[in-house]
Design a protein around this ligand. Structure first.
Ligand code: CP3
Length: 349
């Protein structure tokens, strides 16, 4: 595949190659922190906006215009493919993903059917429109095995993941069958996004950090590896992310990532050691600090850059998503500072 953005700082940083300046984008850069989002989102489930290429395209572009970030992320959600497969999942405003009939037994596997031609056409169309419009890389994404299973089994966001862990450790055979279906959906989604022009992909296994390393190895790693291996042949950078994954970073990298997302609990320098320097890193400003006065935030941004120490394999980001109450002006200042001061060692020859 000819890579339109092969020389873009974001793509070069993903590959650990030297480039001119540290690239920056923000998880959840679109959405509720932006007043212009409220203006186009409309009432009802966010899944309605996601299924409407006009709105989804516009919402994706809003933060790109406002911040001058180095990558756009498709406006969709990790539950979109499961929704499209007809499982029966919604996103309840103020709550998150909810299922009226959560996954309980082997009979529920039938509701997680593979996607067929046309199921994700609304998303493919949004990707095509974005790729035609953007002059920066577009990131596609999917949900990782543990995070997706947590919503399907718990039926809503959870604090303790009690039901999903009980199924995982108590009924391992059913667990693996569930994760195979989840992985198939992720592979189909990511492949479709890249086929339509996405330049990178991110696998969000946001809640996998709630597992101890041996459980991650046994129950999640094989499925994440299968997803990331399948995507490898598409030849776009693969970002693999979760929060509280300090003890899992080696496995998150080993599963087949080019870039590992790091939250604010782990220093980039420690993350670099734990991943053996084999991958680029993305992160890791604490999103809560966007709410502090600029001098405090400025010092924190510099600390992240210093901690990276000029390594070319760094994409500046938050350690998790932008909070709805964050001030967009603060995000703009962060982008400007990273662009002005972020250095990526090894000037391009
Ligand atoms: O700008 C972007 O980051 C792109 C859009 C995006 C959304 N969801 C839109 C969205 C992305 C990348 C996601 C991924 C996602 N969805 C994750 C992984 C990232 C993470 O936060 O760890 C997860 C866990 C979900 C599931 C989900 N969807 C949750 C927990 C929520 C929040 C519930 C709430 O209202 O607080 C959603 C809803 C959602 N997805 C919103 C947006 C902009 C907000 C709801 C709205 O506008 O109604």
């Amino acid at each position: 595949m000819t890579e339109r953005f092969a020389d873009h700082p974001f793509i070069r940083a993903c590959r650990g190659l030297p480039h001119d300046r540290v690239p920056v984008w923000f998880m959840r850069q679109a959405g509720r922190s932006l007043p212009e989002y409220a203006a186009v989102r409309g009432e009802g489930s966010i899944l309605d906006a996601i299924q409407d290429p006009d709105r989804a395209t516009e919402i994706t572009l809003q933060p790109v215009r406002r911040y001058g970030v180095d990558a756009a992320i498709l406006f969709s959600d990790i539950v979109t493919p499961v929704f499209a497969s007809g499982f029966g999942i919604d996103i309840t405003p103020g709550v998150g993903p909810t299922c009226e009939h959560p996954f309980r037994s082997a009979a529920d596997l039938d509701r997680l059917r593979p996607l067929t031609e046309g199921d994700l056409e609304f998303q493919s169309e949004t990707v095509r429109r974005l790729v035609a419009e953007l002059d920066i890389p577009l990131i596609g994404f999917a949900g990782g095995p543990f995070t997706m299973a947590s919503y399907l089994v718990e039926g809503r966001p959870s604090r303790d993941y009690a039901k999903v862990k009980a199924l995982m450790a108590g009924e391992p055979e059913l667990w693996h069958r569930l994760c195979e279906r989840i992985a198939d959906l992720a592979i189909a989604t990511l492949t479709d996004q890249v086929a339509n022009g996405a330049s990178a992909v991110q696998l969000f296994d946001s809640w996998a950090g709630s597992l101890r390393p041996e459980h991650y190895r046994e129950y999640v790693f094989p499925h994440s590896s299968r997803i990331l291996d399948a995507v490898a042949e598409l030849d776009v950078p693969r970002i693999h992310f979760g929060i509280t994954t300090g003890e899992l970073l080696d496995q998150i990298a080993e599963a087949g990532a080019d870039v590992v997302g790091v939250d604010w609990r782990t220093r980039l320098s420690d993350a670099r050691q734990r991943t053996g320097g084999r991958v680029a890193l993305q992160g890791n400003l604490d999103p809560a600090l966007l709410l502090t006065p600029w001098p405090v935030l400025e010092a924190e941004v510099r600390r992240v850059l210093d901690d990276n120490g000029g390594h070319p394999g760094h994409i500046f980001n938050l350690g998790h998503g932008v909070l709805p109450q964050a001030d967009p002006d603060q995000l703009l200042r962060v982008v400007e500072l990273v662009h002005a001061e972020g250095t990526a060692r090894g000037d391009r020859a």
